[in-house]
Write a protein that binds this ligand. Structure first.
Ligand SMILES: NC(=O)c1ccc[n+]([C@@H]2O[C@H](COP(=O)([O-])OP(=O)(O)OC[C@H]3O[C@@H](n4cnc5c(N)ncnc54)[C@H](OP(=O)(O)O)[C@@H]3O)[C@@H](O)[C@H]2O)c1
Length: 210
């Protein structure tokens, strides 16, 4: 696939690297095209760098790898050009110090992203796990995701597998608030000194997809 990544930070670097290793062509777009080009050069021949508009144009999927407080700025620049494209939203709109979700009740960052990028097929995915998690291989982790279009979910499911995850489709984008609250729970537990994995039950008899 031809993948665009908006942002040149921790998550952008990790997923650009793993997707390039899986055979995809990746373009990193930054507010500093020079920084994007330098990062791309460190990641091999399948990764290129440029500005935000270049990375958003003509892609099979675009990853929005910027913080929640930068989303409106970035989509003001590229949102209109994303119509008809797959837009992956990994954004955790939470205060890291205590896990509070920063989107008003009844709304979600994902739905706000869909509003700011009209016509884009938004999928919420890649939210909870740290960037260091992603490497090629057989399903290390389950990646809960949601979106409104089955074909789009298949595209993102392929990218999840290529990053070493197992896609778990939770349903429409209206489920995104639940994922964002769950991310908040993870951060709240970490802030409290707990391992989040110790706070959810193991239910071994439930099979995948049940
Ligand atoms: N890191 C993780 O482990 C992880 C895991 C799951 C989800 N996420 C989510 O992924 C997103 C990115 O996280 P990250 O850790 O990669 O962040 P990061 O390392 O801080 O990188 C943020 C990127 O956003 C860019 N940016 C910030 N403000 C901008 C603006 N106004 N206009 C254009 N670009 C702007 C930064 O550009 P400059 O380099 O020019 O400053 C940088 O490239 C966040 O929403 C986060 O919640 C992260």
């Amino acid at each position: 696939m031809r993948i665009g990544i908006l942002g040149t930070g921790t998550l952008a670097r990790a997923l650009a690297d793993v997707w390039a290793q899986s055979g995809h062509d990746v373009m990193l777009g930054g507010r500093s095209p020079e920084k994007a080009a330098a990062l791309a050069a460190s990641l091999g021949a399948r990764v290129s760098g440029g500005d935000l508009l270049q990375a958003a144009k003509g892609r099979d999927a675009v990853l929005l790898a910027v913080p929640w407080d930068a989303v409106a700025d970035v989509l003001a620049t590229v949102g209109a050009g994303l119509a008809g494209q797959v837009l992956i939203d990994p954004v955790n709109p939470v205060r890291y110090s205590d896990g509070t979700v920063l989107v008003r009740d009844g709304h979600s960052a994902a739905q706000e992203i869909a509003r700011l990028a009209p016509g884009a097929h938004v999928v919420k995915a890649f939210t909870f796990f740290p960037a260091s998690q992603w490497h090629p291989g057989e399903g290390h982790v389950t990646v809960a995701m949601c979106g409104d279009n089955d074909q789009t979910m298949d595209v993102v499911g392929t990218l999840v597998r290529d990053a070493g995850g197992v896609p778990a489709n939770l349903g429409p984008l209206s489920r995104a608030r639940q994922l964002e609250e769950a991310a908040g729970l993870v951060f709240a537990l970490v802030a409290g000194g707990f391992d989040p994995r110790s706070a959810v039950p193991s239910v071994p008899q439930v099979s995948r997809g049940a």
